[in-house]
Design a protein around this ligand. Structure first.
Ligand SMILES: Nc1nc2c(ncn2[C@@H]2O[C@H](COP(=O)(O)OP(=O)(O)OP(=O)(O)O)[C@@H](O)[C@H]2O)c(=O)[nH]1
Ligand SMILES: [Zn+2]
Length: 220
């Protein structure tokens, strides 16, 4: 794979001031993004999120998954910390693509779980390839990361690809009545490290944002 850096620009958003970096994987033509906040170069490990595209969760506010909540929480934590990086990888639907994810969601509407739905469509449970991450982080000058994730397989894949991960930072947010079964399947079948959840309680009226939703919904 060949990574080509295209350009970077300011990206202020409602959480803070980010720089948006655009890349192309020349082997596949896929465009990937990185968001940085503060100075991410140097020896000190950087708070990082490697986020797989989820148009439905990240852009359309879907409650079927936890992706949008995780993205928001990651941005808030990075801004609170003063520095950090998010790789936004264009690997929608754990790599099966958006239209196949819609097919998989329909099968889940009919009773399949998230793993069975992929398999019924002829795909493995997870088709993602994380090999672009190391060259992206190298380009940004990131040498070591504290990675926000609940997925131990992702940690193993990234470590095998040469990423220096000094710590896993849990990122358990956004449980709600529409994604409870999905999150439980991720824990049971895909090995995600999830603390047990209490029954869902609505967030208090003054709670805003992903972290607050998590606090109101999950056992700490
Ligand atoms: N095929 C498929 N993909 C899904 C489904 N729900 C979410 N996704 C995709 O799953 C990807 C996110 O993966 P997750 O397993 O939620 O999380 P992860 O990135 O492995 O682990 P974390 O770092 O803990 O978030 C995104 O690309 C979503 O589009 C689903 O039901 N079927
Ligand atoms: Zn999602």
């Amino acid at each position: 794979m060949t990574l080509r850096f295209v350009d970077a620009c300011r990206l202020p958003n409602r959480f803070g001031e980010f720089t948006l970096h655009g890349f192309e994987d020349e082997a596949t033509g896929i465009e990937h993004l990185a968001l940085t906040h503060g100075d991410v170069t140097g020896e000190a490990p950087v708070l990082a999120r490697i986020h797989s595209e989820c148009l439905t969760g990240d852009g359309l506010f879907s409650e079927r998954c936890d992706c949008g909540y995780q993205l928001e929480a990651a941005m808030r934590r990075i801004v609170d910390e003063g520095r950090g990086v998010i790789l936004y990888l264009r690997q929608e639907g754990r790599g099966i693509g958006l239209l196949n994810k819609i097919r998989a969601y329909k099968l889940q509407d009919q009773g399949a779980d998230t793993v069975e739905a992929n398999e019924l469509l002829g795909f493995p449970a997870d088709m993602r390839d994380f090999s672009i991450c190391k060259p992206m982080l190298d380009h940004l000058g990131v040498r070591a990361v504290r990675l926000m994730t609940n997925n131990p397989r992702k940690l193993d894949s990234l470590a095998d690809l040469g990423l220096h991960i000094v710590e896993r930072v849990p990122l358990q947010v956004g449980r709600n009545p529409h994604n409870t079964a999905y999150l439980d399947t991720k824990a049971a079948k895909l090995g995600h490290l999830m603390k047990p959840a209490k029954a869902y309680r609505p967030a208090p009226p003054d709670a805003q944002g992903a972290d607050e939703v998590a606090v109101s919904c999950q056992v700490q």
